[in-house]
Design a protein. Structure first.
Length: 698
């Protein structure tokens, strides 16, 4: 179909035009009393008279550092990406509307959240609106004003994506049905979490009587979920520093106060159930439940898209819903989806309560809000307490079914409505062993055997993961073997670069070594693997080949896909190194690189090592660029007399996007060399290291 030039021009103008007059938002700053200090690394230390004042300042500082990331994220949360980004981006718009996220927000925002939470969230939104009003030239999309509701919608969507909800939806859209319908006798298959470490050590397990926590959550190195560092403080008692996601997070997710510290690791218990609906052959809008026919609820979804790069268009789709949850009709069946956290709005409220907690009981009370679908947590505090909790909204399911398969949709007894209470989840508090270690493994193997949670207390239907990672094996082995550990040994455990002989990675490489009847150069490759010490320090000459071989197995297991044939992986990796490098035994530092702007450095560590570095680009570049793993991380300690000490490092720097900023890569070299710094949480230590102090109104 051809369009007249005049129509296309009008459409183009219509799609790009928007009001840049945001003067009404300039008065917002008059409501808030806040000062932002930037230290010599560019990190914002925000101090407000009230918590809300601090939230306003935090938002303004984030907008200074990465407005574009914020804007793009709010497009996603609003379900408006297709309007500006084109048809490919409209897929997420459908997901947001299909799930009914905004219907839940509108229905529950005023009642589910405490007034002080809403005040805090709106203050953060006001900080973004005020920044846009002061800098209208940076505003690209017609989204303003933003509100606290945008933040809640974003947190609801983010939590789903962290535990892999989107993978199940992709599976439903496959050409054929992916799983059987469960009868009454199934075995649960575990989930497949990836990334992150957290280690806590009690005073009696430290040589110097200190309590220690390694907060080391793994994220991509760039983008909306790469770590951003900030410090938030108010005269109402808020004083917390750490990492948050730059995609509109108003609270600290992983960090520390004067008295507490915690870290999160991804977990993926079974949090979703998919039901095959028995639909009426004569009317696909009817489904059978307990012998009765019910009508699917229908809602029109209007998705705005940009065609040909400029032409605005609106597409209308139907969103369907059954008693179970949202419904998807495909060529191989009609499916209803029920997932943990449906309609839950209080994620931000829980983060804020955790940020404000001053002791273990207050922190556990914050956790009892129980708004997070997933995430493990490790915790330590000034009083010498340590703990681990496998947090999840685990459904209370009917026994006898394989809940990893699809479920019959005609039986209402399979539609769960309750979760296992927080205090009944797998957790370890102050174990006799003196340590806990979380590295995305089974919650039943996080400390010494005698102190682990009792797996027999839980049913197979609960769907708790049972897998072990190399990081889990290696960390637990080192903690157990070293006895009371020194500060240096704690540092060394966090930065360990080796593979355990108990790990799947070790077994997979051994299988490659044992392959019979190979010709050169593959026999040479086997010899290099045979001599490899399973370490990934920068001078190691076996790591390039070894990590390539085991990387395919790690990726497949992590994603829940078929493990590649080890013979083919050995051939592929051998050929790749010969083609790109010219030899099979380059030093690991030659291959594994930490790159930011003009900085290009060797970096130790590899996939699923405690010093976690995940690289890409070997096929194109002949070397690997660090794209995920260790990012912002901290080692936090309280001495025997209660004095706090903190060391940390960011993988790049506080300037998330601006390549011209002095803070774009000012920590990259120290990160590669494993040299940590003082984050200047303490006001006295911060003196003399502040380069700018200002109010947003300045």
């Amino acid at each position: 179909m051809k369009y007249p030039i005049a129509l296309l021009l009008a459409a183009s103008l219509m799609g790009c035009s928007q009001s840049k007059d945001f003067k009404d938002y300039l008065v917002l700053a008059d409501r808030y009393d806040v000062t932002i200090e930037r230290d010599s690394y560019g990190v914002p230390h925000v101090h407000g008279k009230t918590d809300a004042d601090a939230a306003f300042g935090l938002a303004y500082a984030q907008a200074e550092d990465h407005w574009q990331l914020l804007e793009d994220s709010f497009l996603l949360y609003r379900g408006k990406s297709g309007k500006y980004k084109g048809p490919d981006a409209a897929v997420t718009d459908f997901l947001v509307q299909w799930l009914g996220i905004w219907e839940d927000v509108e229905a529950g925002y005023e009642t589910a959240l405490k007034p002080e939470t809403r005040t805090y969230l709106q203050a953060f939104a006001d900080g973004l609106n005020y920044y846009a009003a002061k800098h209208p030239e940076v505003v690209s999309y017609d989204l303003l004003p933003l509100s606290g509701k945008d933040l809640v919608a974003g947190s609801m969507l983010q939590h789903l994506l962290f535990w892999g909800f989107d993978n199940h939806i992709k599976e439903l859209n496959a050409d054929v049905r992916a799983r059987d319908i469960s009868g009454g006798a199934g075995v649960i298959r575990e989930g497949s979490p990836v990334g992150s470490n957290a280690i806590a050590v009690a005073p009696h397990y430290s040589e110097d009587g200190a309590t220690r926590l390694a907060a080391n959550s793994h994220q991509p190195t760039t983008g909306p979920v790469a770590w951003y560092e900030a410090h938030i403080q108010s005269d109402e008692g808020l004083n917390v520093m750490g990492g948050l996601l730059p995609a509109g997070s108003p609270t600290i997710s992983v960090g520390f106060t004067e008295n507490t510290a915690w870290s999160a690791t991804v977990n993926k218990p079974d949090l979703i159930d998919i039901y095959v609906l028995d639909t009426d052959p004569g009317n696909p809008m009817r489904y059978r439940l307990d012998g009765e026919w019910l009508e699917l609820q229908q809602t029109d979804i209007r998705i705005e898209v940009k065609l040909f790069g400029f032409l605005p268009w609106t597409v209308t789709r139907k969103a369907l819903r059954a008693v179970h949850g949202p419904v998807m009709q495909t060529k191989h069946g009609t499916y209803a989806v029920r997932y943990a956290g449906m309609g839950e709005l209080r994620q931000m409220e829980q983060w804020l309560a955790m940020d404000k907690a001053q002791n273990m009981e207050e922190w556990l009370d914050a956790m009892r809000i129980h708004a997070f679908s997933s995430f493990n947590f490790a915790y330590a505090d000034r009083d010498g307490n340590i703990l681990f909790v496998h947090n999840s909204l685990t459904p209370v399911r009917k026994s006898g079914y394989d809940w990893q398969q699809y479920l019959p949709g005609d039986d209402s007894s399979l539609i769960w409505s309750e979760y296992i209470p927080f205090d009944d989840l797998p957790m370890v508090i102050n174990p006799a062993s003196g340590y806990v270690h979380s590295a995305n493994q089974s919650p039943f193997q996080v400390t010494a055997d005698a102190d682990n949670p009792d797996q027999s207390r839980y049913r197979v239907e609960d769907g708790f993961p049972t897998r072990m990672t190399n990081r889990a094996y290696r960390g637990l082995e080192m903690l157990e073997s070293l006895g009371p550990i020194s500060e240096q040994e704690f540092f060394d455990i966090k930065h360990d670069k080796a593979y355990s002989a108990s790990s799947r990675s070790w077994a997979y490489v051994q299988a490659a070594i044992a392959l019979p009847d190979l010709d050169a150069p593959y026999t040479e490759a086997q010899g290099i693997l045979q001599a490899w010490d399973f370490n990934t320090d920068i001078n190691n000459t076996g790591a390039a080949l070894g990590t390539c071989v085991l990387g395919g197995e790690w990726t497949a297991e992590s994603r829940g896909t078929a493990v590649p044939d080890v013979h083919q992986e050995l051939i592929r990796c051998t050929d790749l190194l010969i083609d790109k490098v010219g030899r099979l035994d380059p030093s690991w530092g030659e291959i594994n690189r930490h790159i930011r702007g003009d900085i290009n450095l060797p970096v130790g560590g590899g996939p699923d090592t405690l010093r976690a570095i995940y690289g890409r680009g070997m096929e194109e570049d002949g070397y690997l660029t660090n794209v995920a793993g260790d990012g912002l991380y901290y080692l936090i300690a309280w001495s025997a007399d209660g004095k706090q000490s903190i060391q940390g490092i960011h993988h790049f720097g506080s300037a998330t996007l601006d390549a011209n900023s002095p803070h774009y890569a000012d920590q990259a070299e120290a990160f590669a060399k494993e040299m940590l710094r003082d984050p200047w949480f303490d006001a006295e230590r911060r003196k003399g290291n502040i380069t700018r102090s200002y109010r947003p109104q300045d």
